[in-house]
Design a protein around this ligand. Structure first.
Ligand code: PBG
Length: 348
């Protein structure tokens, strides 16, 4: 066709007016796309500001329930609850994770009682509960006796703990368990355990492609696990940021093992992975705008270098464009409020 080029074709025609920009818009963000991660702490009527995450607070259970109600009223389908565990309850093997009366279980019960139609997601991993801050059990590395003090986060022994943790949280009433630990075979193990307990309606949202990322820094401050982790790192189980084919294998395995939904994490620097996962597997695909992404946008906005309202909307619609079905973001409530006031707020 010789009729297609300039000047017959001018892509600026549909960009000229607000009404036509709106008509040709390919992706829309709504409150129903959002999952709100919340931090819960012991105590009453507490909301403690997290320094590295301006605007985010650790909430006592009573305040968490209020937040959950606000989320539900704003049309957010689900929250994810992360506990800040008292250091005195942390042990090398993290047994407190299995206590049906631990903070996260009490929080889930309170939220489901007050807000039964709001989805509640719980992380499955031992790091909030271990004194070393690792997601699994740490044992001496018997494959490397020449390094006298080398230890390893053991896989198979950890699986039994994770399955039990998932059961305890599911019994407390959470709707979704989200293993964030990256042990091999955990989805299989957890699904079997849930089925065996008759917890057949509890879904698994697998942190399938979770990278060993420095963007988790503020989160570890928020839950107080950074001090425990110290100089340690998670490179022997979380993924190498350089890899993408490996992410496909992780997702394929988790789906085979029984994951209902998969997640890519972090978000913004990994949208290529979101796109590949969505295209290849055509399953519910979530992405996590993690603490460091939130902190970086907030910090620049606080300095007056970025316009917060616009960058947060732009960053979230980028997740939709990449193919994400849902986005975990610390800005969920304020974004939902903005979208409810002006559904086209994302236009900027
Ligand atoms: C724990 C967990 C982490 C996050 C979610 N679950 C931290 C980690 O793996 O060290 C990170 C979330 C964020 O940075 O916002 N397994």
């Amino acid at each position: 066709m010789t009729t297609s080029g300039f000047p017959r074709t001018r892509l600026r025609r549909t960009r000229r007016d607000a009404w036509s920009r709106q008509l040709v818009r390919e992706n829309v963000l709504t409150p129903a796309d959002l999952i709100w991660p919340l931090f819960v702490q012991d105590g009453e009527n507490l909301a403690t500001q997290i320094t590295s995450m301006p605007g985010v607070e650790r909430l006592s259970i009573d305040r968490l329930v209020l937040a959950a109600k606000q989320a539900f009223a704003a049309g957010i389908p689900a929250i994810a609850v992360f506990p800040v565990i008292d250091p005195s309850k942390k042990t090398p093997d993290g047994e407190h994770a299995l206590d049906p009366d631990n903070l996260v279980c009490r929080a889930v019960r309170a939220v489901k009682e007050a807000c039964p139609d709001l989805g509640v997601i719980c992380d499955v991993a031992l790091d909030p509960f271990t004194s070393h801050g690792q997601d699994g059990l740490v044992r001496p590395d018997d494959r490397a006796p020449w390094f006298a003090d080398r230890s390893y986060v053991v896989n198979d022994e950890t699986l039994a703990m994770l399955a039990q943790q998932a059961i305890v949280q599911a019994r407390a009433g959470c709707d979704v368990v989200a293993p964030s630990d990256m042990m091999d075979g955990r989805i299989h193990f957890i699904r079997d355990a849930l089925e065996k307990e008759g917890l057949i309606h509890v879904s698994i949202l697998s942190y399938a492609a979770k990278y060993a990322s420095a963007f988790y820094g503020p989160f570890r401050d928020a839950v107080g696990s950074q001090g425990n982790l110290g100089k340690g790192d998670k490179h022997t189980y979380q993924m190498d940021p350089a890899n993408t084919d490996e992410a496909m294998r992780e997702v394929a395995l988790d789906l085979e093992e029984g994951a209902d939904m998969v997640m890519v994490k972090p978000g913004m620097p990994y949208l290529d992975i979101v796109r590949r996962v969505k295209e290849r597997f055509e399953v519910p695909t979530f992405a996590y705008q993690v603490s460091g992404e939130y902190a970086m946008l907030k910090a620049a906005a606080e300095k007056g270098w970025l316009d917060w309202d616009r960058v947060i909307m732009e960053s979230l619609v980028a997740f939709k464009r990449a193919g994400a079905d849902g986005i975990l973001t610390y800005a969920a409530l304020e974004v939902a409020h903005k979208l409810n006031q002006a559904p086209h707020a994302q236009r900027a």
